[in-house]
Design a protein around this ligand. Structure first.
Ligand code: G16
Length: 529
């Protein structure tokens, strides 16, 4: 790695002295004005990662579900997955280096400890719709070039598109945006051939005023020809993620903007700012009936099991990976009714992904709608051998092409849900009644320093601060079918609270009680919950 230009370039991107960035759940996130130094250094880091792996890496400038004023960076390994977790420590050290000398010293240490070879480094860079994107993409590019790498500017893309493209490069397959769309469409058409509903299906999609809206617009004509009419809302006129988007719909359980008055029969979906999360909903009274990531996982498992019935030979191991946010009823349904193995991991798709690859088919979804379905290389090989004679093998191969194999993808997720509903001949009502969600509530508490809240057992128990878990346990014991946990967010400056109970009132009260405990024991700021 050529570090001779690094210090000079680094001077253009000084770090604010009181800014201590931290690689969180999915990369760095903060107010956009603070981030140029972080993004510059991430550019250099991903060039080093490219040399280390002898592959093309990726970097997306996005803060996903966060407000417009925030931004962030997501880092992509050549496999198309998130940056391997062992390297997060380098990212943290580099991002916190105090000055250009320190940046150089950290990269030299990285070079030595990882034995980074010299050679050609290449980093694909994309961004979402935030106004701060141009400056931060410039910083990322400068970081890549400062260590002698080549930056490939891919422009405005959803996060999963960039992950997919990086993976395709790795596999030596076409990696343009056009091939992204055409490969999903081909798989969708193949899976629906002979099974399509007789009438066109209409789907209203809340696009969060993010990057996904424009991308879905590009797909609209072809999908309409295949019997799926997309009615796109929050497509860019309003404010990103404000009063709309998958995070708003899933957490606040309110109809997003531009979706009031659509009628209770309208099938709706909501994606987030960088289009890697997806939830479905039906308007219901003043609110909505939510089909979250857990429901998508259940539908996917049911659909895959139905396809596997037609497959000859040894049984296929299906694993479903969830987090502590998974509704208790969903876990019970997957385990007891469908007979799937269920694994619970900490929050963050990087953790779920790591478990999903251990199965022949790993279905991973967070309740917030972030997830995908992974097929193991061995299973794909077996299916390829069988496809000439077995329609089930062909369908499963098409499904592996339909579902983004790199990372959770709202666009691919919509096609998965639509295919599954049509192939299973299932209405939204039937999907909703696979199991009944236990009432739940999520809250956020702002505290002086969220890092004082630490957790264990896949985030189900708090270790610090003192007294927090004990008070939480007491509140849970007083609540019929109660369950609750707290954890520091890795994307926002808050502590998150989750509570579940046999009634909505019980869940609301438990969440509020726990939020107050957090506020008291972890030095809450602002008005008490
Ligand atoms: C990111 C991660 C998700 C995680 C979410 C919330 O999503 O990719 O795995 O569930 O953050 O994380 P936290 O609760 O730590 O704030 P996104 O869509 O914001 O990139």
């Amino acid at each position: 790695m050529d570090l001779s230009q690094l210090q000079a370039a680094s001077k253009q991107y000084p770090k604010s002295p009181d800014f201590t960035p931290s690689y969180g759940t999915a990369g760095f996130r903060a107010a956009a004005a603070l981030l140029p130094s972080t993004v510059f250094r991430c550019g250099a880091l991903m060039a080093a990662r490219s040399l280390k792996t002898d592959g093309v890496t990726g970097l997306v400038v996005t803060a996903s579900h966060n407000p417009e004023a925030d931004n962030g960076v997501k880092l992509v390994d050549p496999t198309g997955y998130m940056l391997c977790q062992e390297w997060e420590v380098y990212a943290d050290r580099l991002a916190n280096a105090v000055d250009p000398d320190d940046v150089l010293a950290e990269l030299q240490k990285l070079q030595d400890s990882e034995c980074i070879p010299s050679g050609h480094a290449e980093v694909m860079i994309a961004h979402d719709t935030r106004q701060s994107a141009a400056e931060l993409v410039g910083a990322a590019r400068c970081g890549v070039e400062a260590v002698g790498g080549a930056a490939v500017l891919c422009g405005l893309l959803t996060t999963p598109q960039l992950h997919w493209m990086v993976r395709q490069r790795h596999l030596g397959l076409p990696c343009s945006e056009e091939s992204y769309f055409s490969s999903f469409l081909r798989a969708y058409e193949g899976l629906l051939r002979g099974h399509a509903a007789s009438e066109a299906q209409v789907l209203i999609i809340d696009c969060a005023n993010g990057v996904g809206g424009g991308k879905l617009q590009q797909l609209q004509p072809q999908l309409a020809q295949l019997g799926l009419e997309l009615d796109l809302r929050n497509c860019g006129r309003g404010v990103l993620n404000e009063g709309c988007g998958a995070d708003f719909v899933q957490k606040d359980r309110q109809l997003p903007l531009e979706c009031d008055g659509v009628g209770s029969a309208a099938r709706c979906a909501s994606i987030d700012g960088d289009a890697d999360r997806l939830v479905y909903f039906l308007p219901h009274g003043a609110g909505l009936r939510l089909f979250d990531g857990d429901k998508i996982a259940a539908l996917a498992a049911l659909f895959i099991q139905s396809l596997l019935e037609g497959l000859q030979g040894p049984s296929v191991q299906i694993g479903v990976i969830q987090t502590a946010y998974a509704n208790g009823s969903s876990t019970q349904y997957l385990r007891d009714t469908l007979g799937c193995q269920v694994v619970i991991t900490p929050t963050g798709v990087k953790h779920l992904h790591e478990e999903a690859v251990k199965f022949d088919i790993g279905i991973y979804f967070e309740a917030n709608g972030h997830g995908t379905v992974l097929f193991s290389p061995d299973l794909l090989q077996r299916l390829r051998k069988l496809q000439a004679n077995e329609p089930a093998a062909r369908d499963l191969l098409a499904l592996a092409d339909l579902v983004n194999q790199a990372v959770g993808d709202a666009i691919s997720g919509i096609l998965l849900v639509e295919v599954a509903l049509q192939r299973l001949n299932m209405t939204m009502a039937a999907w909703g009644s696979l199991y009944a969600d236990l009432p739940s509530r999520q809250l956020k508490v702002t505290v002086e320093d969220r890092s004082i809240v630490t957790t264990t057992d896949a985030e189900t128990r708090a270790m610090t601060p003192d007294g927090l878990q004990e008070s939480l346990d007491q509140a849970v014991q007083r609540t019929p079918s109660g369950r609750a946990f707290v954890r520091p967010s890795g994307t926002e400056d808050v502590v998150r609270v989750y509570a579940e109970a046999s009634t909505q009132e019980g869940a609301d009260l438990l969440a509020k009680t726990v939020a107050r405990v957090v506020y008291r024991t972890a030095s809450g700021v602002g008005p008490a919950p």
